[in-house]
Design a protein around this ligand. Sequence first.
Ligand code: CA
Length: 252
Amino acid sequence: MRVVSCGLTDVGLKREGNEDSLICLDDPGLYAVADGMGGHAAGEVASQTAVAVVADSVRQALAQAAQPGTVLEPGQRHVQVLEQSVLQANQRICTLSQENPSYGGMGTTFSGLLLGDGRAAIAHVGDSRIYLLRDGDFSAVTNDHSWVNEQLQRHVITAEEARTHRWRNVITRALGNRLDLEVDTDSLVLRPGDVFLLCSDGLSGMVPDTALAKALKTMGEDPLDTAHDLVDQAKDAGGDDNITLVILRVLE
Ligand code: CA
């Protein structure tokens, strides 16, 4: 499977530090964004720990799985590897937070893809998002773990109200809060031409889905041009938060 990919992160216009982290590794085909939260740079520690532990743990698990005698279901294998890696990262962040008073209450979102066996395994916690552009249709393949999304799904508020609600940043699930974390997982069969966009809410909260779709549909050879364009759009809309995205296109 051949892909072209890029990752880009920007502090935005209002924040002093960047609490977002990302993974963009064509080998082993691992892509993710993590949006940290917590005072005194703890958010940075949380998101950096998440991406570091997941990247390490995925590499180790895939190396073990490649050994003769290991039997794993194609399709399910990458989902398990990714989910277990996210759980390990959660455990590490919980431990760090318990051992260091200055890290108390820190947490992070995590939305990641692991490619393999012609599929994309998905693992998702929090309100970062993974979108898929396929055959001209653009939609999110993740479901925000946020207060406003819960209200939206119960039809208590409208989509427009959700975008501007003062509690729009309240998330209901994050790494670092509890050991028995529930990770949303999925597995998609890839098709040539699929384009994935992974992003933190500093992009999806500032730039409407219609504009994200348009940017991906008109993307040229180099996804980095599109990534810079989207960061500029988030800044033009106010740049209230850190802006992080990963774009990958499946070529064949
Ligand atoms: Ca954010």
